[in-house]
Ligand binder design. Sequence first.
Ligand code: NOJ
Ligand code: CA
Length: 656
Amino acid sequence: GLSLQKAPSMIDGFTLVEVKQSLVDSVWHPVWGEQKQIRDNHRELFVLLKQSAVKGREIGIRFRLFDDGLGFRYEFPKQNSLSHFVIAQEQTQFNLAGDHTAYWIPGDYDTNEYLYTTCKISKMRSLQKQATIFIQDQCVIKNLSTQTPLMLKSDDGLYINIHEAGLIDYPAMCLNVNDTTFSLSSHIVPDAANSRGYMQTDCKTPWRTIVVSDKATDILASKLILNLNEPCAYAQTDWIKPMKYIGVWWEYFLGLTKWSYTFSNNVKLDTDYTKLKPHGLHGATTDNVKKYIDFAAENGFSAVLVEGWNIGWERYSFLWKEENFDYITPYPDFDVQALRDYAAMRGVKIMMHHETASSVSNYERRMKDAFQFMVDNGYNSVKTGYVGAITPRGEHHDSQWMVNHYARVARLAADYKIMVNSHEAVRPTGLCRTYPNWLAQESARGTEFESISETGNPPEHTCILPFTRLMGGPMDYTPGILETDISSFGKKKNRRVHTTLVKQLALYLTMYSPLQMAADIPDNYRKYADAFQFIKDVAVDWDESYYLEAEPGDYVTVARKAKGENKWFVGGITDENPRVAVIPFNYLDAGKWYVATIYADGRDADYNLNPKSYTIRQVLVNSKKVLKQSLAPGGGVAISIQEATSNQRKNLKSKF
Ligand code: NOJ
Ligand code: CA
């Protein structure tokens, strides 16, 4: 139930008015995804309850039970005794049967860019302080709490995942943790007025979801959250295209160039930048972007993200500035028209960047003009960003107003046929089914932290994310850093990527997204051209996916078939421990021979001591083969597979 502001709560005193049951068994086809078709098979139970003591107010609860879990939500039918109401707190509880192991980050209203802590629920309190590392703009819940998707494992080997589906017009849910009764209770995010949800009947809450299995791989393969979301809201979707992109981006994080154009901090939106002295380190110059466009064209990438193209980065700070960017005025050294023509000539798109610095009121005012500017200049995708404290002041990244904002951006962008990649937005809840132009989100600690902090992303991080953040939808993790030594560029001390080079390749499979960045700079791809080949080859849209092995925090191995092609890709990753991945090929067409190109950690590879040791070998495989592949500490394996030609059948061996 729920407690309400200035009204009796809807928790007890109910009588049963109506019970309805139904059975659904249908198949639908996502615009893009891990598989080309998804089965939605569930039993539904709807109960309508009446609170006779409170003017006969009515609340409905709808349950959907799937083979791998359930979802339920509250519904408030239109009625005379309940029209407008404000939620004080949702009172949903998840009462666990024991002291399960939790893979958790602290409850927070504004950020999810934490590292995960793995411990028993009874140990969470003792680790709470340590888990609450400093993150820009954090707003930590003081009581013991965590965020969803929350991954749990019971002592007897049951895997349990708690999250929500279809988060629309409602605050995001954190969970208060009772570490003695092992009860989790919902804690929805308040707004500036300390309210937690403005409702008007007829209305409903998002689904609360529980995915359960005794196999960890089933959790990753679950489609329960997508099934609980509404079908695609758009009549036409042929303009929505999964893609790989590169960007004027990592060079900022290496410290080689800057987003800003000058060192002047006395700039306003009407400042004439041509009169200012440039510092000479600006990354988004016409010439530099042309080089990236060339590299994208030569290597088959669809788009080039360009950050730092627009005026205002000198003032980019975390300080609640109402007017900060206008999204239509480039720096003097970024020639919009020339780049539009150059990109078009080379068959590449530029990905627009809208860093709002969290002045969301400013962005709302300018969004239409910004999208029209994009259309006029040949852009069809935008990376949005919400660094800093939110304006309207006092709102949180995960409050109801912001939840509505992100969906508004996705819908408005669709009117302009623009695809969206949002950073620092609320964690996803499967809305990409309804708004498939919302290709990916960040909403967790991505690769950038390898440069931002010395701790970076320890090897287990990417072995936990698929069980947590990615349960809600694709992540723009920005993998593909082949030069793992960030300090070698001379600008940052003690910074490196906490994986082997090969694990960076495997992430293209284990971190499912229809939008994948090849995040490293072109020079590094030239340096490791043979390994880069895998990033060029790997698909981003799939007919089939099979999770072969997985354990939260330890390892993930997945095989995927490229959409509309008889090509397969396999990725396996491990945490700081070495392991042997066991990779069957029984999903391949029986009786056919394929060539597997195996990118493996070198014998002496180790994410700590020797990350760039790798081997590439080609082997003939068929559906009966099973590969046992060693993974280095912090390592991985990446395999691309296609049908063998008759020459290859003669010349290659079938021994691993
Ligand atoms: C944080 C984003 O995650 C990152 O990708 C971006 O480069 C910076 N903000 C600047 O907008
Ligand atoms: Ca581990």
